[in-house]
Design a binder for this molecule. Structure first.
Ligand SMILES: Cc1cc2nc3c(=O)[nH]c(=O)nc-3n(C[C@H](O)[C@H](O)[C@H](O)COP(=O)(O)OP(=O)(O)OC[C@H]3O[C@@H](n4cnc5c(N)ncnc54)[C@H](O)[C@@H]3O)c2cc1C
Length: 422
């Protein structure tokens, strides 16, 4: 049987694409395949699931994230729990760092999206070390002082599993189907018009992507979507298609507060209604997610000097070498914090501009290049990919704003580079 649409990858990008395609084309046959046993088991499950609607330097990223976050908030308001905690984002910056993004920060503050705090104001709310006079170790560790905090209002975190289940259940309601534990080995490239001659397709023949070779046999479809996260290039490289993105391992370590001071961190007041530490980015780019519901503190760092690879095994040594020594300089209350849990996943990094990559070639659409912020842009990516499958020139994002469907195309790309990549 030939499906109308075959989607590789049941992560947020593949799910959202299938959902919007079905919403706009009721009755079409859609099959989503994934090598894992359920939806959202790749990077989607591994993410911190944080969102920031406006805190991007790229206007395109702001549009993608802003409309997606509005959609997620709408879903939650409608009564479907996505586990959203609107605790805010607090990006702590040194003077030098702030000056580099001051123009955008001030623009966002004027628009009411963020509040810029000076060090003295921050000190009243947040018990951390702001400066490190005479601390040779801090100097060696390249610790930067905290001079500013940019607090984003429409920001926080959600539950990535719940988000994946939301899309999965809607897809099923609309007749879409899933096939799990199915590994795609190869995209089938065949001539549009088969001549039955040897070595087809020849270079002069028009080709289409007619289906997939999987560990469970051949699957055929009129249209394909490749949304295979950090493994997307493995399917595209053999057919000579560049997705402008490569994977890097990203790790999260959780610790459980054991002292009064550590518990007090979870109860930081003055930023949000929940009375919890906002999702905080340090000047060293380490980030902290304090989860009051399960009483854990999540710690992470996106390290630059790491090979591009699909290795996604967490390394305990990464925490002790690269996270703990820096975190305790800023948060001395975390002295002694040991790993309670850890995991790793892949960012699919587009180093050119750190905006997502979505494009169409023949009857195939590719959605990738999340660059570490794909959950929060997931709904908009699905709408753009669904528009491309249908050959539309524009996609309508949640709230009605329209975007050219080829805005995230590889060829002739001209997007504002993103500075806020955490
Ligand atoms: C540690 C970490 C923290 C993060 N934190 C955040 C955050 O706070 N906020 C945010 O917005 N984003 C965050 N991200 C990024 C976010 O997780 C990704 O942007 C998002 O999940 C990308 O979704 P995807 O659908 O492209 O990929 P995935 O979720 O990885 O989905 C791809 C799917 O394709 C399947 N697949 C791949 N190859 C094949 C094949 N050959 N055959 C069959 N199936 C295949 C995989 O099994 C997988 O299920 C984080 C990522 C990591 C790793």
């Amino acid at each position: 049987m030939e499906a109308d649409l075959l989607v590789v990858g049941a992560g947020i990008f593949g799910l959202s694409t299938a959902y919007h395609y079905l919403r706009e084309n009721p009755g079409k046959s859609v099959l989503i395949v994934d090598r894992m046993g359920d939806v959202g088991q790749g990077a989607t499950a591994k993410s911190a699931a944080a969102f920031r609607a406006d805190l991007f330097t790229s206007a395109t990223n702001r549009l993608l994230a802003g409309t997606s976050v509005d959609f997620f908030l709408h879903v939650q308001e409608e009564g479907y729990d996505l586990g959203i905690m609107k605790v805010g984002y607090l990006v702590l910056r040194s003077r030098d760092q702030f000056e580099r993004i001051a123009e955008v920060a001030v623009m966002l503050e004027r628009a009411g999206a963020v509040r810029i705090y000076r060090r003295e104001e921050l000190k009243e709310k947040l018990q951390i070390n702001y400066e490190f006079p005479g601390d040779e170790e801090a100097e060696l560790l390249n610790i930067k002082e905290v001079d500013y905090g940019i607090f984003g209002y429409k920001c926080g975190y959600m539950d990535a599993d719940k988000l994946a289940y939301y899309y999965r259940d809607r897809i099923r309601e609309m007749g879409g189907d899933f096939q799990f534990n199915t590994k795609v080995e190869r995209i089938l490239v065949e001539p549009e018009i088969k001549l039955g001659i040897p070595r087809e397709p020849r270079a002069w023949q028009k080709v289409k992507f007619s289906g997939l070779e999987t560990n469970r046999g051949i699957m055929r479809a009129k249209n394909l979507v490749i949304a295979a996260g950090g493994w997307t290039h493995l399917l595209l490289d053999p057919i000579g298609i560049d997705c402008l993105s490569k994977p890097k391992k990203r790790q999260i370590f959780t610790v459980r507060p054991r002292t009064e001071e550590q518990r007090a961190l979870l109860n930081t007041t003055g930023f949000n209604e929940e009375g919890v530490l906002p999702f905080t980015i340090l000047p060293t780019e380490h980030y902290i997610r304090a989860d009051k519901r399960d009483g854990t503190i999540w710690l992470a760092l996106s390290d630059e000097m790491r090979p591009f690879s699909t290795d996604d095994e967490p390394e305990e040594s990464f925490y002790y070498d690269n996270i703990y020594p820096i975190i305790v300089k800023y948060f001395p209350q975390l002295e002694g914090a040991r790993i309670d849990n850890m995991w790793a996943g892949l960012y699919m990094i587009n180093s050119v501009d750190h905006n997502p990559v979505v494009f169409r070639r023949s009857n195939m659409v590719v959605a990738t290049g999340d660059s570490g912020s794909g959950i929060m842009k997931g709904d908009a990516i699905g709408r753009i990919a669904a528009a491309l499958i249908q050959g539309r020139r524009e996609a309508e994002l949640f709230g009605g704003e329209r975007i050219p469907a080829d805005r995230l195309e590889v060829v002739g790309r001209s997007l504002e580079p993103e500075s806020f990549v955490f």
